[in-house]
Unconditional design. Sequence first.
Length: 270
Amino acid sequence: MIAAVLAHPQGGAKDVPPTARLTPFLNKVEDEATLAAAREIARLLLQQPRIDSVLIGAVQRDDPVCEVWGRTGAVVLAAGEAKRFGALKQVLPWRGVPLVAHVADQALRCPDIHRVAVTVGAGAEQVRTTLAGRNVSVIPVPDWQHGQSRSVKAGLQALAPRSPLPAPLAAVLFLLADQPGVSPELLSALIHRHRETVAPIVAPRHNGQRGNPVLFDAATFPEFADLDDDIGARPIIQAHREEIAWVDWPTPEILEDIDVASDYESSAQG
């Protein structure tokens, strides 16, 4: 009821100019019970396109805002030809499901992700076929041969175009199509860390080593225009290395991908 009233054109959204950002502040969040309630209200509010973001906190505190809720998108990078592997690994079966479809499903099962896109290039029609029936945007990358940076930029542009209205994204996660161990729980942990910190980059690490996927705040989106070659978004990560908010993950799947046939065999059987 609170979420409905705050988002209603005759309630919290009354007389708000159409181009203005509408950000409700959920106040008096002072214990675990009120925090849980505020999070549920925030989740419901973000289902309304007119809501830009939601602040959670208590004005009496020195730091009144404890969490900033915005929408997060996910891009599954699946445009490469897998030259090192020797076959189009994205479409290979992985425990009964094509590999790229499994990774997309992990993102779709995460309740904190609002939009999912999959980039396609090599074997585009094969990859597209494996995704049939799933609520994902399939994004063609015509110049995929020029490296992962082209796929990264195409995915970001599809989910977060230059015009931010309606329902802008606060962040985007980039997932690798050959990293099947990533779980919805990990994705939620990264998004939760972003809500707490609003850091430009949130990344997982295991035993001190950075893994994937990596989350990028909307403040970094303009920097993607300068990416080139087969280096993905590494220059942006390097530029913000002192500002990264880390999620320490207890298990090594964030470091494991499928590069060669032996990786695929051990992963598919595990």
